[in-house]
Write a protein that binds this ligand. Structure first.
Ligand code: SF4
Length: 322
């Protein structure tokens, strides 16, 4: 396999408080290879989005990166200044935000916004080049859309436009943050096929941040499961979804299955504690049906259970999934 395009090592970020640093991402490890689609799966608040936003130096104001490394093709992103980061944004690294409509500039037409992206990177694009970019995301009548303002676009159209903008300069890596959460179920497969097409045609590697197993199963090659700022399990998407080994992944899957298999009762995990995870126990221990003594006294390390899969659990090889 080619060397990774992106390698995140031991990334810790959080916020300073009067009583010291409070981490919310506790030493995350992640890699993405060229042309790969990698899913990051987890509930809200697991640290998925802040981890990936750190690539762009875009963290909420009060958040600080305490330690770690984000290496992209040999460049340490955490050492770049704002100007150097700006040069990478869009052309090499791009971000598809969660809510397309809110991310467009309301007082500019789509054409003005697309032109501006080219200008920032020193490109002067003519009308037909811009139209081609919209056609590439399945917009049949690009001229009509180019003259529209964001409020005139339907949700599906806005999502296509934002995908066109984010992949306009054929970046090497695109981060898509919950790309299907703000659109109708009927548009979900269209957007996923579109992302897959872009990945195959341009060989753009992608990281898809999601809480949706269907998204992972439809387009991801590999998946990481994140909980309370830690990677709990990772591996090839098809294998991990068929045979999850971590009790947290298993719990999430049971919840989804009980909603769709016609069960009379819905499966629900114990609710999560609001407090940040402690580093002296498994963060999932208070919710885990398999927890035992060691789980409350020691944080399990992330270990390989085969050449392709990693697991953070004190149970040797993880739990059986019934
Ligand atoms: Fe459950 Fe213990 Fe494994 Fe954590 S380490 S997931 S508490 S069995």
């Amino acid at each position: 396999m080619n060397p990774p395009l992106l390698e995140i090592n031991q990334l810790r970020l959080g916020f300073d408080s009067p009583s010291g640093f409070v981490p919310i991402v506790h030493g995350v490890e992640l890699n993405v290879h060229p042309g790969e689609i990698v899913g990051i799966l987890g509930e809200s608040g697991s640290g998925k989005t802040v981890t990936l936003k750190a690539l762009f130096g875009v963290t909420a104001e009060e958040l600080v990166i305490e330690s770690g490394s984000i290496n992209f093709e040999g460049t340490e992103l955490l050492k770049l200044n704002e100007k150097e980061r700006q040069a990478l944004r869009g052309s090499v690294l791009s971000y598809i935000p969660q809510n397309a409509s809110d991310s467009l500039t309301p007082h500019q037409t789509i054409k003005q916004q697309l032109k501006e992206i080219g200008q920032v990177h020193g490109l002067s694009l003519d009308q037909s080049q811009i139209s081609d970019k919209l056609k590439a995301v399945g917009i049949d009548k690009p001229e009509a859309v180019l003259s529209m303002y964001p409020h005139q676009l339907s949700g599906g159209l806005a999502q296509r436009v934002i995908i066109a903008m984010s992949t306009f300069l054929t970046p090497k890596l695109t981060i898509a943050d919950e790309p299907t959460s703000a659109i109708d179920a009927s548009l979900k497969s269209t957007v996923l096929s579109l992302l897959k097409d872009i990945n195959e045609k341009d060989q753009t590697a992608m990281v898809i941040i999601t809480h949706d197993f269907e998204v992972v199963s439809e387009i991801c090659d590999r998946v990481y499961v994140m909980y309370k700022g830690l990677m709990m399990e990772s591996g090839p998407a098809s294998e991990l979804l068929k045979s999850p080994r971590h009790p947290y992944t298993q719990g999430l899957m049971r919840c989804v299955q009980s909603l769709t298999d016609g069960s009379a009762t819905f499966y629900a995990m114990k609710s999560a504690e609001a407090a940040p995870a402690s580093q002296t126990q498994c963060p999932f221990a208070p919710r885990c049906p398999k927890a035992f003594h060691d789980c409350f006294s020691e944080l399990p390390p992330l270990k390989s259970i085969n050449p392709f899969r990693n697991l953070r659990c004190h149970l040797e090889g993880g739990a059986e999934y019934e």
